[in-house]
Design a protein. Structure first.
Length: 128
């Protein structure tokens, strides 16, 4: 009986842990892609996901803070990206899947470019 309880507890803990990590498709329109150009305001190199916040103009020229959800810092570090890769003021071209709620000004990052020096990150690929 004790063994059965141990198995049930382990399965329950595993289910709670798995549910804690969201599916991007529930927050973003993964079948769509948008690009914008703007100035980096903040680079949050934190767990569980890194965020970049860019000041960018919409189609009407109105400025917005757009937040792009990136990968886990450990994964990015393996790709050569660390907390010093991006600096406030960097001019960036950000491409990703838009939020299901446009008023949130968020996207799931798929591609990032810094035209000033030609640096690029594309999907899970290494920076160039």
């Amino acid at each position: 009986m004790t063994r059965l309880w141990m198995i049930l507890i382990l399965v329950g803990v595993g289910a709670v842990t798995a549910a804690g990590h969201h599916a991007f498709a529930s927050y973003y329109l993964e079948d769509q892609s948008i690009s914008l150009e703007g100035s980096l305001e903040e680079f949050e190199y934190t767990n569980p996901h890194t965020w970049i916040h860019v000041a960018a103009a919409d189609a009407n020229g109105q400025m917005h803070r757009v937040s792009a959800e990136w990968g886990n810092p450990n994964r990015l570090m393996r790709q050569g990206i660390d907390k010093d890769t991006l600096k406030p003021g960097d001019r960036l071209i950000v491409t990703g899947s838009p939020s299901r709620h446009p008023s949130e000004y968020k996207l799931h990052l798929k591609r990032l470019e810094r035209p000033a020096d030609g640096w690029k990150w594309i999907g899970g690929n290494q920076p160039r």
